[in-house]
Structure formats: structure tokens, C-alpha cells
Write a protein that binds this ligand. Sequence first.
Ligand SMILES: [Zn+2]
Length: 178
Amino acid sequence: MSFDLYGLKPRNGIPMPDQAADEDGKAYWVWFDNVKLDNTKGAYIKIPFFLWHQLWKFIIEKFDGILSKKEMNSIFYNSPQTIDHAKAMEIAQKLRELDNELSHYEKRLNNLQDEECDICGGTGKRCEPPEIGPGDIICNRCNGKGVARPVETIFPFRMDVVRNFAEFCEYSGGFLKL
Ligand SMILES: [Zn+2]
């Protein structure tokens, strides 16, 4: 599951056709069919659901006020939402200010040590589900190793996605989230 973001008016690309002014809707659908393959900066980007959530929690925590309260409520959902040019530019700038801090966060997550598996009690073999604890069955959390990656790392934080999003915002001319 992910969020699709479409640039309203990419700096060097094709503006999103105005659906209301487009009588037969043809221009819109031609654009829609092609935009996902358009590599122009700011035209289109896809962001995994969990990363979008992590990212916006950071942005909202650090820079309260970029989005209105109403916008903040919808930003976490797949409902269509438009972010205007000025706000997109501000998001790009803020993300760059956060780059250092977010890079540290990414590194910290990557460097977390494996922890004793809580399903099999570190033995590599678990008891019959739904019970947890040591048993005779090869553990499906740690694959029999007895240790596993910490829960916080299930959803990895990815700076490459953050930087792509910042660049997308800067070039998008505002964007539509679907
Ligand atoms: Zn285990």
C-alpha cells in the first residue's frame, strides 16, 4: 500500500489537466495514463504507506503549522488531497533542514542490535501458536536463530525516499495526493 503523488505543475513538465475545464475528460486521462512513467522531476512519485506516516509524524512534530489542522487530519489517509505550491516548497525546505537529524535516525535504526526473540524465548524453537514461549516448532519470527531484528526496524526508515520526496515537492508546483 502506498500514496501516489502527482505534481500539479511540474517545473519542466506537463501540468495536470484541469478536469473540470476538460469537457470529455480526455486530456486528463491521457495525462493520467502517462504520468507514472514520466521521469520529469516533480511529475509523479510513489511513497510507501509506512514511510509516509513516519515522515509526516516528523514534519508535524518539528514544524507545526505548515498544514492546517484539517489538512493534517487528511494527510495520513488515502483520500484525495491537494497541497499547494507554497506549502510544497515549504515542505521541501523543512525536509532539507531535517536531513541531518533524519539521517541519524535512519542510522540508529540500522545499527540497532538484534534482540532475543520473544516468541521462542531465544531458543529458536517455539511452542504451538497461539501460545508463545519455547517449544518444539522452528520459530517463525527468528527462523530458528533465537535472535531477531527489533520491532522498530520492521518498517525501515529510508533517507533516499525522504530526499526524493523533498525534490518532488520542490519541482511539483504543488501536488495531488491519492
Ligand atoms: Zn524465535
